[in-house]
Design a protein around this ligand. Structure first.
Ligand SMILES: Cc1ncc(COP(=O)(O)O)c(C=O)c1O
Length: 539
């Protein structure tokens, strides 16, 4: 190498060493600011936390608030302030969470975590902040009462079950309900009067529960305390909620709706109205499903004409954590602010990308999509039977391609498309799905409805009684004809094929075995191999 070349090489090496040393020093200083060196703390926590309550001017250029939502989202605003202070090493919290904003113990897995109480605001003032965020959500959905849950629609369903009637009272409920509501009935001691949806033979999927069915149940069970429907269904079929509300109200009872998948409904003229707008008295919805909120974020919304606000609060608190994650709460608040401001535009894009994906998939010979009246247009449900492809094999290919779907059984694939998807992601997914179908194409078949959609249970004991009854474990053969003490649900969709108090029929057993043999996940069973079952002892 020429002397000039050595000099240049030395300059480059020296520059690289300086850059590396600077980076290490920067990292060390950041590390110490995150709590490893108390000397590095510039200010103790509580004085800076006060800024949350008094409200400094938000920074419009904060890249952590890309759409500038904080001005209309008090919990998001508080989260942005708190986490900025934590990152700058300005906090020395002497309250939970126990990671104390340090990332040198379990690592960045706790990054961004902030408690509602003692994080987003001081323990004594956080409720005021929370109530303001919930008030804004109530206003958006036209409710009188709203609570943010950090435990999903699971908690919301259980809260509503505890908010109505009294133990021993009947309640009219969709049998294709999610397991969370069934366990809500166990908690509340309510006795279900089941109403079942019709199953469309062409798709093997459930339609909405009909008005006729609910009216008949109301007429034959005048002591029922409420009607509780899942609408839209897991596959997006929706019914006449205004008609159901009118029927329930004529009978003097409230209509409650599990709308876990439908937080976006009502925010575009081409979407059906949300449950409260249709006349329901309460609804539960997962902000982490249809909206861009943190996992577990959910809302419970109610009108207080037929429901009591204090009882709703009591019921909600009964099974909610006393340490709600402020990060989840803030993401619900941010999603609400986004929906309020940009909901129509984002729902419009959702409708466009889903319609385009449906058009693309219809071009694949034999492939169908669920569509038409009574099907939520933002939902994409793909019907494989005409292609002969097995949904589990197609799902495996999609997982390998980095696109896990929400549900797949032999005949059906349910991808979830949300406000976060755009033309590019959904078009890419539709192509990947079409290619996977081609790889697994086989002889067309007739779809077989999954048992979960079509359960017609033989109820021998109320769910609560069976849940708490002495039980024994017996072989599957001996279990046939006995009363189930446990809840068994292929998941997804999480609809119990067997529930506490129901007779274990041969049909239920073979449906569960078929789901298992196909590669489905059998959730909540004490013995997921289905070799044994827990049954009520001596019955
Ligand atoms: C109809 C229905 N209700 C409630 C839930 C529970 O929702 P979460 O997962 O938010 O607890 C689900 C979950 O998939 C569901 O499908």
């Amino acid at each position: 190498m020429a002397p000039g070349g050595w000099q240049i090489a030395l300059i480059i090496i020296r520059a690289a060493l300086v850059a590396a040393t600077t980076a290490v020093l920067r990292d060390l200083s950041k590390q110490s600011r995150r709590g490893s060196s108390p000397a590095a703390l510039r200010r103790p926590g509580w004085c800076t936390l006060k800024a949350v309550a008094t409200g400094d001017a938000p920074d419009p250029a904060d890249p952590r608030d890309p759409r500038g939502l904080r001005g209309d989202a008090p919990l998001l605003d508080a989260w942005l302030r708190f986490t900025a202070q934590a990152d700058e090493g300005k906090l020395a919290p002497m309250c939970v969470p126990g990671h104390k904003q340090r990332h040198d113990l379990v690592g960045p897995v706790v990054a961004g975590d902030a408690a509602l109480y003692g994080g987003l605001d001081t323990i004594k003032h956080a409720d005021t902040l929370r109530q303001e965020a919930e008030r804004r959500a109530a206003q958006l959905w036209g409710a009188d009462w709203c609570r943010f849950s950090v435990a999903g629609s699971t908690h919301g369903n259980q809260a509503l079950a505890l908010a109505i009637g009294s133990p021993g009272q009947e309640i009219i409920v969709t049998r294709s309900l999610h397991r969370s509501l069934l366990l809500g009935l166990v908690l509340a001691g309510l006795h279900p009067v089941w109403v079942t949806p019709a199953v469309d033979p062409a798709s093997g999927l459930p339609e909405a529960v009909s008005m006729k069915t609910v009216r008949a149940a109301l007429a034959s069970h005048p002591g029922a305390c409420a009607v509780y429907l899942g609408d839209p269904s897991y596959v997006g079929s929706y019914g006449d909620l205004a008609g159901h509300a009118a029927a329930a109200h004529e009978a003097g009872v409230p209509l409650l709706v599990d709308a876990a998948w439908a937080a976006h409904l009502g925010f575009h003229p081409d979407l059906p109205p949300h449950a409260l707008a249709a006349g329901a008295d309460a609804m539960v919805t997962s902000a982490h499903k249809a909206l861009p909120a943190y996992t577990q974020g959910a809302l419970v919304l109610a009108r207080t004409g037929r429901l009591d606000a204090a009882r709703l609060d009591r019921a909600f608190e009964a099974t909610h954590t006393t340490s709600p994650a402020g990060t989840i709460m803030a993401s619900i608040d941010a999603s609400r602010a986004l929906l309020a401001r940009d909901g129509q535009e984002l729902c419009g894009r959702l409708l466009r990308v889903v319609a385009a994906a449906k058009d693309r998939l219809r071009q694949v010979p034999g492939l169908r999509v669920l569509d038409g009246p009574g099907v939520e247009p933002g939902k994409l449900v793909v019907l494989l039977a005409g292609t002969g492809a097995d949904g589990h094999a197609v799902e495996r290919d999609l997982i390998n391609a980095g696109s896990p779907v929400e549900m797949a059984d032999r005949d059906t694939i349910v991808p979830i498309v949300t406000l976060a998807d755009d033309e590019g992601t959904v078009a890419w997914f539709a192509d990947a799905l079409a290619a996977a179908v081609e790889r697994h194409r086989a002889a067309p078949r007739t779809p077989v409805p999954a048992m979960a959609w079509a359960v017609t249970p033989q109820q021998a004991l109320p769910p609560r009684e069976a849940f708490f009854a002495p039980n024994e474990t017996v072989s599957a053969t001996a279990a046939t004809g006995r009363i189930s003490a446990e809840l068994v649900a292929p998941y997804p969709p999480g609809i119990p094929v067997l529930a506490p108090g129901e007779i274990i029929t041969g049909a239920a057993l073979s449906a569960l075995r078929a789901a298992l043999a196909e590669g489905g996940r059998i959730a909540y069973a004490a013995d997921p191999s289905l070799a044994t079952f827990q049954v009520v002892a001596g019955e």
